[in-house]
Design a protein around this ligand. Structure first.
Ligand SMILES: [Zn+2]
Length: 234
């Protein structure tokens, strides 16, 4: 999964009548802690994408095994709590949950490339990505629904609403180019493996995409206030 991962990121941004523990941009980073790890390991040549039988297959045993996902979730929670001690134990669990949410969502769409532990032979993945358009729709709805809800529970100038829709459209396009178009090309026999980023460049692109999307939503978020916050109550 790619853009659908951002669905759960809104979960903590406005749960009720107090200030959220996490900002949305922090949620954007938490849900992608596993792909950030995969990006760094790809940069180092430990993980990456391989072409098997003309098909791009991920080799991501450390960042995307079930055990790896649990460890990354704990580390993400601990890192966030170390950087922002005021979030306390509850904040730790929120971040750990968001980081771990990546794994079941990937399980749904990945072709079997998710082991239980690094080096394990048993690979999991329900391959929803093989159904290019239905899987695209699932990811678009997860992201779109989440962003609509976020706009509903926050207030801000009109341009921030347009900017959010623009970011949504950009993310849908990015997803289409990076994932859906590749599946359609593989299925029609027109896939050219050399057109794919590989080696350290693939890692740089993964990390940059995750950081840029967090930066964009963070810039919009600065001008949007949670509806139930003190600032809005007066
Ligand atoms: Zn992933």
């Amino acid at each position: 999964m790619f853009i659908g991962h951002y669905g759960p990121a809104v979960w903590d941004t406005q749960r009720g009548h107090t200030k959220p523990l996490l900002s949305l941009w922090q949620g954007f980073l938490a849900v992608q802690a596993m792909d950030l790890t995969a990006g760094f390991l790809t940069l180092l040549g430990v993980e990456g994408t391989q072409i098997v039988d003309g098909m791009p297959v991920f080799h991501i045993p450390w960042s995307h095994s079930l055990l790896g996902a649990l460890v990354i979730a704990m580390l993400a929670g601990l890192t966030f709590r170390a950087l922002k001690p005021s979030i306390g134990r509850r904040g730790f669990w929120v971040v750990a949950f968001l980081a771990f949410s990546h794994w079941p969502l990937d399980l749904l769409v990945h072709r079997p490339d998710l082991p239980i532990y690094p080096g394990g032979d048993y690979m999991m993945g329900f391959s929803l990505w093989n159904f290019a358009w239905p899987s695209y729709l699932v990811e678009v709805l997860l992201l779109g629904g989440a962003l609509l809800w976020w706009l509903k529970v926050t207030n801000g100038p009109r341009w921030t609403v347009f900017a959010t829709f623009f970011l949504f459209a950009f993310m849908c396009l990015l997803h289409f180019v990076a994932i859906t178009a590749v599946t359609l090309q593989v299925q029609s026999g027109s896939f050219d493996p050399t057109s794919q980023p590989h080696g350290p460049m693939a890692g740089v692109m993964m990390i940059s995409a995750v950081l840029l999307l967090a930066l964009f939503i963070g810039l919009i978020e600065r001008k949007r206030v949670p509806m139930f916050s003190q600032e809005n109550r007066v």
